[in-house]
Write a protein that binds this ligand. Sequence first.
Ligand code: SF4
Length: 509
Amino acid sequence: MREDNASELKAGEVEKEKTRRVRLKPINREQMVLRPVDVEALVPEDHEVRAIWEFVGRLDLSRYYEDIEVIEGEAGRPALDPRLMISLWIYAYSKGIGSAREVSRLCEYDPAYQWLTGMEPINYHTLSDFRVVHKEALDDLFTEVLGLLSAEGLISLERVMHDGTKVKACAGADTFRREERVRRHLEAARQQVEQMGDPRLAEEVSPRVAKARQRAAREKKERLELALEELERIRACKSSQEEKQEVRVSMTDPQARVMKQSDGGYAPSYNAQISTDAKEKVIVGVGVSQCGSDYEELVPGAEKVEETMGRVPEQMVTDGGFVSRENILAMKEKGIDFIGPMGVGVAQSAGQMKRRGVDPSFYPEAFHYDALSDTYRCPGGESLRPDGEEKRPGRTNYKYRASAADCQKCIFKGKCCPQNEMMGRAIVRGVDDPVVVAHKQKMETDEAKKIYRQRGAVAEFPNAWIKDKIGLRQFRLRGLVKVGMEALWACLTYNIKQWIRLRWRPQWA
Ligand code: SF4
């Protein structure tokens, strides 16, 4: 009997288990919720958005306020505070966001953006325009920031590392066209702009859409006109007629140039030049150029630092890509101690010899110079006598030549000067300017080598940070002026982040 009861109880439990229904919290998406929001409590005390707001609040923004037309006591919608717009962009860039639409979207739900805006929405057109309209004000802002960082002891200008990095342009490699195609597209764009003025066409769409289309057509026409100007500019740098005819330009961003990338490939790009103070790795100068080579960017880089900091650095350190005799003289002229290795000349000389079919055993090293008679003696035992000189920045090239008769009958001619039919073999003796000689000697010292070894860690850090954290591997804007502003925003963000790390963050540690 007891056994029957036990089995009945067990069966009941199993049945109960079968029919048991768990109770879960329902999700009601059809309700309206009204909750009080403490805006101040949206972000914690040590959130970096507060640091950005505080830092921007210390800056003199009068250049931005000058452009605001709405004033107290008069009609008109109040303008957005430049302090807010700057803080929004700095915070967005620090999170790797460079799209005005995305920033506008984040202002609707992200607590940090909501804290900044006081939970007010911000139109993306307003954000987008603000970023590129105030060019001079942005330059002043960068200088202002450096002034504050300098006052806080983060900049010394004792040693500045200068480097360049290629940033891809907002244009594809397949947008490059020759003059004929550009002109054809320009003609079509001009016709389109003219048709846009036809009221019958405007009636078919809303005024807002019609306005947007008009603006797009006008911008396209202007871009193609600029493309023709850029074509002429590039052509002026080409020597042969053949090269001039081959010139192409991007129809999307005519000011972009095809440049070699760090991975060995080629892409439409700009060359961003950044000067970094070695003390705390603060960026003290930034510029963007259309030139793929770095040689021409050192002097403008030094001038940029002088422009923003009011004086040139005591010392500038670069890699070999910036070192030329001309630059060594220019740095000396500016009173800057220049550290950078030389070494390209030898490779060029070997390249020339190879192109001329000269055997390595008859390279210039095989010829012996006699200072007393000012002549060279060749491996064949003949003399090469002075044959003119050429002055170049930082160097004078003295030419020496063997007689044509000696070379023509020489048994070594096939190895020594196989392409010379009418003239004898020539040798160039380059004599460096004393300033260049002193630079070469300095670069052989342990001290200069030690300083140079610090270059990579300092100069490449901001480049990597701007590309990895800010995501500026490709510009989002087009044209030299606008990409210059985008680079400036990125460097501004980097510098403020350095201040947060070094001065603001420690108080919460
Ligand atoms: S080719 Fe002329 S320069 Fe060369 S080894 Fe002979 S004589 Fe000398």
